[in-house]
Structures are given as C-alpha cells and as structure tokens.
Design a protein around this ligand. Sequence first.
Ligand code: SF4
Length: 359
Amino acid sequence: MCARAAIPAEKRLAASPVPRTGKNLAAFRRALLRWYDRHRRDLPWRKTCDPYRIWLSEIMLQQTRVAAVLEHYRIFLERFPSVEALAAAPEDAVLTAWSGLGYYRRARMLRQCAQELVQNHGGRFPDRAEALRTLPGIGRYTAAAIASIVFEEPTAVVDGNVERVVQRLQGRDLTDQQIWQQAQSFLNTSRPGDFNQSMMELGATVCLPRDPKCPTCPVRKWCVTEQSRPSANRTITMERRASSPGGTLTPSSSRQVKKEIWCVLNQRDGYIRLVQRPRDSSLMPGMWELPQLSRKPHRTTPSAPWRTFRHSITRTDFTVHVHAGRAAAAKGKWIPVASIVGLPITGLTRKILKAAAII
Ligand code: SF4
C-alpha cells in the first residue's frame, strides 16, 4: 500500500511536522546525527577516509547486502590495496576477486575507473561530485557519497534507503527530483558525510521497507507517516514507483521469474569440466561455470540429481539440479581443480563446488 493511499491528504496538509527551516530543521539534524553517533553499525569503510576504500565499498554495496560485502571487501583490498594495484591487475584477476558478489559489470567498471584515475588523474580521486561523475561507473549517487564522506562536500545522496525515509517523512510520493531536493534541504552541511550516512543507516536499520521500527526512530516526531498512523502497530509498506531509477522495491515490480536448470558436475583425476560463457554475453561474460543441459536429463543419464540448489540472479530465481556424471563431457574444458582459485567462476558454480568440497 503506498503512503499516498494510506494517509488522507487533508490529514497530511493539516499539520505537517516535516522540518523545513530554522530551529526545527536544526533539531531534526541534531537528533539524527546523535542517533547515528550512538547506534551506527561498526563497518570497516566507516573507519577510513581513503577515497579508494570508500569508493570500493560504495560499488560493492550496490544491490548487495552488507553481510555479503564484508568478507569480499577485506579480500579485495588484500589483493588490490590501491588504485594503482587495481589498475595494473588483469581483468580475470579482478573478476575472480569479485566472484560471489554478482553484477560483474561493477568489477569491470571498477578496474576501468582505476585505469582512468592512474592515466589521467595521477592516481588521485577528484574531490568534487561533479568531477567524480565523469569517471567510468560513477553515477550521481556514488559521486555524492564519495564527495561528501571523503571530501566533506555538502551534497546529499539518495539511494533506495534515503528515498524511502524522505517519502515517509513527507507522507507522500515524490518525484525523483523532489526527493533529491528534499534530501539536500535536510542535509547538515557541517557534517555532510555523516549526515548522509545517517539517513542511509536509518533506512537500512530502522525505517525498513516492510516493517519500520517507528517507536525507536530518532526522527519520528518529524514524520508525517508515523504521525498519521491510526494505530501504533500498523505495518507500513511503501511502494517505490516503477518509474524511479532504482524502482525495484514495488511488490509488483520485484516479482521474480522462476526458472529450472540442470547442470553436470563432472570430475576426474583432479580435473573438473567447466565451460566459459561467451565474451559478449550480457550476463557474466567470460566467466566459467559447470556445463548446463538444455533440458531435463533423459533416463540414460543419472536421473536423480546429486543436489538441488536455489540461486537468484537479478530478477530470476533458479532451481538448479546438479547431476554428477559425464552427461556433458563434450562441452567445455578439463580444468585442474588447483587452478580454479585463479579463475573467474560464477557465484552459482562457486556455491556448488563448495558444497561438493572441491574448493
Ligand atoms: S517514524 Fe517510522 S516511518 Fe517515519 S521515518 Fe521513522 S521509521 Fe520511518
């Protein structure tokens, strides 16, 4: 149910508590920052002002949960501790370090951006959002995040969390432009990086999509949605408009496609059969995976799958039946198991090989 439908217009307009100017706005900012200072999660990228590390965390966190990013972030930095190291690395090595995070285009753009920084910027990040946006793979959100967190530029960020918080505070749907404007007007310009992170943290830990924890929210007294609720126990769900750039949270637009696939785990004498995806594939180009069967195996192949996995890639939920055997021996290449660690393999393949104790 969207907030516009949930809150009668006359109620919204009658007594909007949203902070707009002066002391009220200052009190709102103070309350949010005080909460952030006390309750923010202890995350590694919050202990640094190194633009390389902040940038890496922002790219990794796009469409990926914090818990999944933590280990990859650590390993990636061990392998590529600087912009220069990343720029000099072969693409396969970067994809290998990225393996498991999905959306591999991010890894390719990361390397491309590092090369651009080394070749044309002396290995240094520009300190303004506008200049950061000219770099490969850095859009409006990432540029604002780096500029505000690292260089204290007073520019607001809007990600899915901020968008939800802003719309709920206002108690109505806003256009993308209105959301960015509102986020900018909320911004505490003396601590822009922390303020931006406090808005994102609020959305990630308190103002949750399906079950906002309003009783513990530090800005509830400024929130139209909260103050218009008929009951303290009511669950608020806020739809994002399908037209918004990241508009993927609307129940109707987040509906997943279901697919069933069959693949073969074929190994012998320390080798395993893998196929490489086409270099021009739109999804995970050039990565290695187990050979797939075009349809459910016939009775002449091992009929019962060794294991069945569930795996999601973008909007598709796969049910993956893995058959042990030689059904697809003709496809792909024999790869020494010992060299898999240096090979860019898909997240699904990694999951299967781990379950089989092969890696
Ligand atoms: S009071 Fe509730 S709905 Fe409003 S911003 Fe806080 S958590 Fe979100």
